[in-house]
Design a protein. Sequence first.
Length: 164
Amino acid sequence: MRNSTKRSSTGLSDLKPILPLSLMLSAATFWGVWTLSAPATNAATGSDTESASFSICGEGPRTNCIVDGDTLYYKSIKIRIADIDTPETNPPRCAEEGRLGKAATQRLLQLANAGPFTLQTIDRDEDRYGRKLRVLTRGGKSLGGVLVDEGLARWYQGGRRPWC
């Protein structure tokens, strides 16, 4: 006598309703579009809308220029990059600080000119010198963090710390 119990199907036909979603999530995770650990950022919305052609600040009007590794003028507004501290350039306290400060200034010039960016506000609008405090980002990532990763800056922790 033959067993007439019907077997349940476990083939691909059962997966058809969820297959497209599974493939999308797998692809998104593989290409870094979606992760469980990353917070939502402006990278997903493409909101990097600020841009300018920057130069190194000199004599004359300071419209869009780089002062040093953590200070710039954008649309004639002086901005202190709030999440980092870079070596002083004017005047440096030692030769190594001068070398690193010049390199940080040049690198910030490259980063600022590399494409659209965002100026994110922090808990304070200005510092005691009247500079606007902002975090400079592109694609949701801190450009100051690039300088930190390259050894040209350190994360700002308040106050002044020597570079020499």
